[in-house]
Design a protein around this ligand. Structure first.
Ligand code: ATP
Length: 721
C-alpha cells in the first residue's frame, strides 16, 4: 500500500472525530435543553432535590462534595437539612427515601447546578450552563453521591443554600486529547517527523526483523523467561516484539493469552533497561495489566482519575502514591491543613467569614499543586513502567517524558487517533489485538453510505461481502472511517511481516474453535490440552449427562418459515429500538434451551444468551431475567472480551427475502461464536442465513455437518412449555 501523507491523514481524522463527537453530544445536549430536570431524572440521567452533605479533600487534593437528598423533600415538617448538619430524624427519613433509581455511575462526568424552580423550568438549560460545576462521580451510595469537582474554587458557588441537581454529561475530554494530537500531527513540518513517525506512515520502510530469532542459534533463543508456562507462539511473539525496531503487532485470536504475553514482554523490556508506557483504550484494559504486573514488585505508576480505577490497583495510582510515598509527606501536610479549613466552612456564620476561608483555601491549593507537581515528577521519573489509558497518556503528567516502547493492549478496539496520543512520546510501538473481532464502536455513520433503509444496522451490513474479513465499508471510503484502526492500517501497509500470531487458545472446546480457526485464522489455532475436550457435564459441580451437556456444539435450525422475524416498527409507530429485528418464536426456543441446561444442573450464572439485535435482547430480557437470576443476556458487541461456560446465540433473521442485515459482518459472528468454553448452541434459520454471504453459507454448512443438528418444531415449544 502507498505511503500516507501525514497532514491529509490528520485532517481526515479531525473531520471524522468532529462528526463522532457531534453524534455523541447531540443526544445529551438535546435531552438537557429540551427536558426538565424531573424528566431527565425519570430517564435516569439526573438526580434532583439534592443538598451538599459534606465536603472533603479527596485523592489528589481534589475537592469531593457529597450530595444527599434534601430532607425537606417529601418529609414535611422535618428540619430542612444542608445548612449545618441534618438532624438524625431527618437523615433517617432521607436515607429511607434514598436517591431512587438512576443511571449515574462511578467515573461519569456530571454537572452540578442550582435546580431551576417551577416557572423557570424552560430555562433549565441556560440556568444549568451558568451555574454548572463539572466533576467526576467518585462514589455512588443508595443515599448519597460523591463528586470530585474539576475546578475546586467552583464548589464555593454551590453553597448558596438552594436545591441542587446533577446531570450526566458527555465526556468530551477524550475528544479534546485526540483533537490536540491530530492537530499537532497535521501542523508538523516534514523536517520534524521522527524516523518512527515516518515508518508508521510508510514514508520510510520498517526495519526488517532478523529471520533467525526463533532458531536455537540466535541470541534471542537464550532469553530467560520469567513465566515458565509460555507456549511457543507466545515466546515467538515476544522475541519478535523485542527484536523489532519500530513496529510489532501481536495478533491474539480469542482466548490466546494476549495479556499474558504482554506481561512477559514488559518484564523482558525492563530487563533490557527499556522505559515502557503501557496503554489500553479503556480503564479496565489497563487495570487488568496493572493487576497482573503488580505481584512482580516493579516500580510502576498508574495514571488516571482514582474514581475510575479498580480498587485493587489504587495503591499504584499516581494520585494515591502522591499521598502515600515518602516523597509525598510534604504534600500531605498541606492536604491536612486544607481539610481542616474545609471542615470549618460548615461552622461559619457569615458570608464574609466564608469568603475569608475560601481565600486561604485558594492559597493552600496553589501550594499543594506546586508541591504535588514536584512529587509527581519524581514518581514518574523513578518508574520504569507507566500505565494509562490512551487518552490519559495525554495529560500534563507525562509532558516532556519519553519512552523507548509504547505497548497498546486491545489495540483493535482503539481509534487510531487515540493511539497517537501516547505514540508522540515513543520510538517503538507494540500493538496487541485481533483485527478479526469487532472494531471500536463508532456512533456517527460519518462517511459510511446509508443503506436504502437508512437504518444503522443495515448500513453496517454493507460490509457483508467484504472477503478480507474487515467489511467493505472501510475500503469503500478513501481515507477510511473511524472503524479503521491503526492495527488494520499497519497490517495493510506492511502485510503479515510486522505481526506474529498467538496460536494456542485456552478457552474453547476444540469443536467450537474449529470453524473460526479454519475461516479466519488460517487453520492455525490449537486448543490447549486442558480445554479441548471439556464439556458441560465435566463442570466442577454436579451436572447430569444430557443431550445438551454432552455436546459442545448444537444447532437448532429453524428453517421452514415457522419462526419468522419481526421488525419492531412493524407494530406501528417507531419504537425506541428503531427498526431493530426480533424473533419471538426463536426467543421461545432460547427459553427452552436455557431450561434444559438449568434442569441438567448448569448454573444460570454459567450461561449467556447473546444476539446481534437489541429488539431480540429486550424480548429475551423480559422472558428470562426473572426466571433465571444470574443468567447473562447481551448483545454480541457488548460481549466482546468476555467468556462463559455455555453460550446460546440467537441469530434472529428469518425472512422469505433471505436478508441478513448486519449479521453479515464476519467480525461480529466471530465474536459471537468464540465466547463459549464448553457449549455453543446456535439458533437460526439456515435457509435465510446461508444466503447472506459465502462466509455464512460455509458456517451453516459446517454446523449441519459437525454440530448436533436439530430441527425444532412448534410442538416442541408446547411440550417444553
Ligand atoms: N501459556 C499459557 N499457559 C496456560 N494458560 C495460559 C497461557 N496463556 C494464556 N493462558 C490463560 O488463557 C486465558 C486467557 O489469557 P488472557 O486473559 O491473557 O487472554 P487474552 O488473549 O488477553 O484474552 P481475550 O481473548 O479475552 O482477549 C487466561 O486464563 C490465561 O491464564
Amino acid at each position: 500500500m502507498a505511503p500516507v501523507a501525514i497532514p491529509t491523514f490528520a485532517s481526515h481524522q479531525l473531520n471524522l472525530l468532529s462528526a463522532e463527537l457531534a453524534a455523541e453530544t447531540s443526544a445529551t445536549a438535546l435531552l438537557t435543553s429540551t427536558h426538565s430536570p424531573s424528566a431527565l431524572s425519570r430517564a435516569g440521567l439526573a438526580i434532583t432535590n439534592l443538598v451538599i452533605d459534606s465536603q472533603r479533600t479527596g485523592l489528589g487534593g481534589k475537592t469531593v462534595v457529597q450530595l444527599g437528598r434534601d430532607s425537606a423533600v417529601g418529609v414535611s415538617g422535618k428540619d430542612k437539612g444542608g445548612k449545618s448538619s441534618k438532624s438524625d430524624a431527618a437523615r433517617d427519613a432521607s436515607d429511607a427515601a434514598g436517591l431512587g433509581e438512576h443511571g449515574i455511575r462511578v467515573g461519569d462526568v456530571v454537572g452540578i447546578g442550582q435546580q431551576p424552580k417551577g416557572a423557570e423550568k424552560k430555562k433549565a438549560k441556560s440556568e444549568l450552563e451558568k451555574s454548572r460545576v463539572e466533576g467526576v462521580v467518585v462514589k455512588v451510595r443508595q443515599d448519597a453521591i460523591e463528586v470530585a469537582v474539576e475546578k475546586e474554587d467552583d464548589a464555593e458557588g454551590l453553597l448558596g443554600g438552594s436545591k441542587l441537581w446533577i446531570v450526566k454529561l458527555a465526556n468530551e475530554i477524550t475528544y479534546k486529547r485526540m483533537n490536540q494530537t491530530m492537530t499537532y500531527l497535521e501542523k508538523m513540518e516534514e523536517a520534524e517527523y521522527t524516523p518512527f513517525i515516518r515508518v508508521l506512515f510508510g514514508l520510510d520502510s520498517v526495519t526488517p526483523v532478523p529471520p533467525d530469532i526463533d532458531l536455537p542459534s540466535s541470541d534471542y533463543a537464550k532469553i530467560v523467561w520469567d513465566n515458565p508456562h509460555l507456549n511457543d507462539s507466545q515466546k515467538s511473539a515476544i522475541r519478535f516484539a523485542l527484536a523489532s525496531r519500530e513496529i510489532a503487532l501481536i495478533h491474539g485470536p480469542p482466548g490466546t493469552g494476549k495479556t499474558y504475553t504482554i506481561i512477559e514482554l514488559i518484564l523482558q523490556l525492563l530487563a533490557r533497561k527499556q522505559r515502557v508506557l503501557v496503554c489500553g483504550p479503556s480503564n479496565i484494559s489497563v487495570d487488568n495489566i496493572v493487576e497482573r504486573l503488580a505481584p512482580h514488585g516493579l516500580p510502576l505508576v498508574r495514571l488516571g482519575h482514582p474514581a475510575r480505577l479498580l480498587p485493587s490497583v489504587l495503591a499504584h495510582s499516581l494520585d494515591v502514591l502522591t499521598r502515600t510515598s515518602e516523597a509525598a509527606a510534604i504534600v500531605r501536610d498541606v492536604a491536612k491543613e486544607m481539610d481542616a479549613k474545609q471542615a470549618s466552612i460548615k461552622k461559619t456564620k457569615s458570608g464574609r467569614e466564608r469568603r475569608e476561608i475560601y481565600s486561604v483555601l485558594r492559597e493552600l491549593r496553589k501550594e499543594y499543586r506546586e508541591r504535588e507537581r514536584g512529587c509527581v515528577d519524581q514518581l514518574i521519573h523513578q518508574s520504569k513502567v507507566v500505565l494509562a489509558t490512551l487518552h490519559g497518556a495525554g495529560g500534563f503528567h507525562l509532558k516532556g517524558q519519553q519512552f523507548d516502547v509504547v505497548i497498546i493492549d486491545e489495540a483493535s478496539q482503539a481509534l487510531e487517533a487515540q493511539c497517537w496520543v501516547p505514540l508522540l512520546r515513543a520510538k517503538k510501538v507494540v500493538l496487541a489485538g485481533d483485527h478479526l473481532q469487532l472494531p471500536p464502536t463508532v456512533k456517527s455513520l460519518n462517511v459510511k453510505e446509508k443503506s436504502k433503509t437508512g437504518n444503522a444496522e443495515q448500513a453496517k451490513a454493507d460490509g457483508k461481502n467484504g472477503e478480507d474479513g474487515l467489511g467493505q465499508t472501510q475500503s469503500k471510503t478513501k481515507g477510511g472511517t473511524l472503524e479503521t484502526t491503526m492495527f488494520d492500517r499497519l497490517l495493510r501497509l506492511y502485510g503479515p511481516s510486522v505481526k506474529r500470531m498467538l496460536t494456542v487458545q485456552y478457552r474453547m472446546h476444540e469443536q467450537i474453535m474449529t470453524f473460526p480457526s479454519e475461516e479466519l485464522y488460517e487453520g492455525k489455532l490449537v486448543a490447549a490440552e486442558d480445554v479441548k475436550s471439556r464439556l458441560l457435564k465435566d463442570l466442577p459441580y454436579e451436572v447430569m449427562e444430557t443431550d445438551e451437556t454432552k455436546e459442545a456444539l448444537v444447532f437448532l435450525d429453524t428453517q421452514g418459515g415457522d419462526f419468522p422475524e419481526k421488525t419492531e416498527a412493524d407494530d406501528g409507530g417507531k419504537s425506541l429500538l428503531g427498526d431493530s429485528k426480533s424473533n419471538e418464536m426463536e426467543a421461545l426456543l432460547v427459553g427452552m434451551q436455557v431450561k434444559r441446561l438449568v434442569e441438567a444442573g448448569v448454573k444460570a450464572t454459567d450461561i449467556a444468551v447473546i444476539t446481534p439485535y437489541n429488539g431480540q435482547l429486550s424480548i429475551l430480557s423480559r422472558s428470562l431475567k426473572e426466571a433465571y437470576p444470574g443468567i447473562e443476556l447481551g448483545s454480541v458487541d457488548g460481549f466482546q472480551g468476555r467468556e462463559k461456560e455455555a453460550v446460546i446465540v440467537s441469530l434472529v433473521r428469518s425472512n422469505p427475502e433471505h436478508e441478513v442485515g448486519f449479521l453479515g459482518e464476519k467480525r461480529r459472528l466471530n465474536v459471537a461464536m468464540t465466547r463459549p468454553k464448553r457449549h455453543l448452541c446456535v439458533i437460526g434459520d439456515s435457509e435465510t442465513v446461508s444466503r447472506g454471504s459465502n462466509f455464512l453459507a460455509r458456517w451453516m454448512a459446517f454446523l449441519e455437518e459437525h454440530a448436533d443438528l436439530r430441527y425444532p418444531n412448534l410442538a416442541d415449544l408446547h411440550v417444553d412449555g
